[in-house]
Design a protein around this ligand. Structure first.
Ligand code: SAH
Ligand code: SF4
Length: 372
């Protein structure tokens, strides 16, 4: 009866309807509610507003996974919560640990769909970086990427993105300090939900906006949009080729948004926000790792406020797909490429490969339970 009353009270408030799950007998999901929404919930429970602060802290600071843990909340309220609400409806399906300490979780959402998130620890740094997915699958079809071969299944909701970080925090007891949208999906094809997730990650989990990075393959109109937001994340751009012809061979998005338009949008972003962009560049052996490509990339970067992150191509399992048989680059070609770019005065990093033994490295996420 109490549950029915609360559902009715909350249904009147449009902002809350998303948390009711649709069916009348669904419990209210707390994960994803911000401070104001928790206050409305407490009021609907007939409780004082300050209780919202306690629940907020258990959810997002102390990473509680049950109401029993919420020891400073009076028993009567804990009972009401147990009756009417759940903390989350997302489950860990599998968890893998790499020899380098990287953790990969496969999460199962309410509708049975799955997506990965990855926790990377870098030695000698206190940072803990969560790599999150923004969609189930991806529509962009880049030729070197395992996710792209799945096609798009659906967008993730803001709480489903937030939950990836909360799951990591609940499971490890550690606080995530940095978030990168570099898992499955093209974040700017799910713009509204990603921006709301960023707001929640920033407000509820207190991850600074400068420590949140969105990686995009270059959806040009959304680069303009994000530049005008109140909370602007750092941008990483999957460039991967220094000219339109080569880029079109490996990234179908080039046919829609040309590299020159992309560059103009990036210049707008850096001027508007004062931030630097990171160019991501996959080095594919004998295709994108040549001296000529390096020189052309150096030229491209000249009038752009940017760093560049070189990513040696990670082989993906091509047996089941139509992917071309790309090769890893030779170490000496990686070094030569880096040297040519450095000579142009930009900061160049080579991305450390994390979690390749558990298929957690860039481009290896497919959202499936691996067979045997
Ligand atoms: N869709 C977004 C974000 C996710 S991909 C984007 O494309 O930017 C994260 C990064 O891994 C991107 O730069 C992507 O191009 C790169 N990547 C994809 N497949 C890869 C592979 N096989 N080897 C190395 N990097 C890969
Ligand atoms: Fe999608 Fe990014 Fe993979 Fe391209 S690289 S298919 S945009 S996830």
């Amino acid at each position: 009866m109490l549950k029915f009353f609360i559902m009715e009270a909350l249904s009147e408030n449009n902002d809350m309807s998303a948390f009711l799950g649709g069916k009348n007998n669904d419990k209210i999901r707390l994960s994803g509610l911000d401070k104001n929404e928790l206050e409305s919930l407490m009021e609907a429970f007939g409780e004082k507003k300050f209780r919202a602060g306690q629940v907020f802290s258990w959810l997002y600071v102390k990473n509680a996974s049950s109401f029993d843990e919420m020891s400073d909340i009076k028993k009567e309220l804990r009972q009401k919560l147990t009756e009417c609400a759940v903390i989350t409806d997302v489950k860990i399906k599998t968890k893998q640990i790499s020899t380098d300490g990287t953790l990969k979780y496969l999460l199962e959402y309410k509708d049975g769909n799955t997506a990965e998130c990855v926790l990377m620890r870098f030695d000698n740094r206190a940072n803990l970086t969560a790599c999150v997915s923004s969609q189930i699958g991806c529509a962009m079809g880049c030729k070197f990427c395992a996710t792209g071969q799945r096609g798009i299944i659906r967008n993730l909701e803001p709480y489903e993105i937030l939950e990836q970080i909360l799951t990591i925090q609940r499971d490890t007891g550690l606080k995530v300090t940095n978030v990168v949208f570099m898992g499955q999906g093209e974040p700017f094809n799910n713009y509204k939900n990603v921006m709301r997730a960023i707001e929640l990650i920033n407000n509820c989990l207190t991850v600074g906006i400068r420590r949140i990075t969105v990686s995009t393959c270059g959806i040009v109109p959304k680069i303009y949009d994000v530049s005008n937001e109140a909370l602007v994340p750092t941008l990483a751009i999957s460039l991967h080729a220094p000219n339109s012809e080569l880029r079109a061979q490996i990234m179908p998005v080039e046919k829609r948004y040309k590299i020159d338009e992309l560059k103009k949008a990036l210049q707008f972003y850096t001027e508007k926000t004062g931030k630097r962009v990171t160019l991501e560049y996959v080095l594919i052996g004998k295709l994108t790792d040549t001296k000529e490509c390096a020189a052309e990339l150096a030229h491209f970067m000249k009038d752009l406020k940017c760093n560049v992150n070189l990513i040696p191509y990670n082989p993906v399992d091509i047996k089941e797909s139509d992917l071309p048989d790309f090769k890893k680059p030779d170490k000496k070609d990686v070094m030569k490429f880096k040297y040519i770019l450095e000579a142009s005065g930009k900061k160049v990093t080579v991305r450390l490969e994390r979690g390749a033994d558990i298929d957690a490295a860039c481009g290896q996420l497919k959202g499936k339970v691996e067979k045997g």
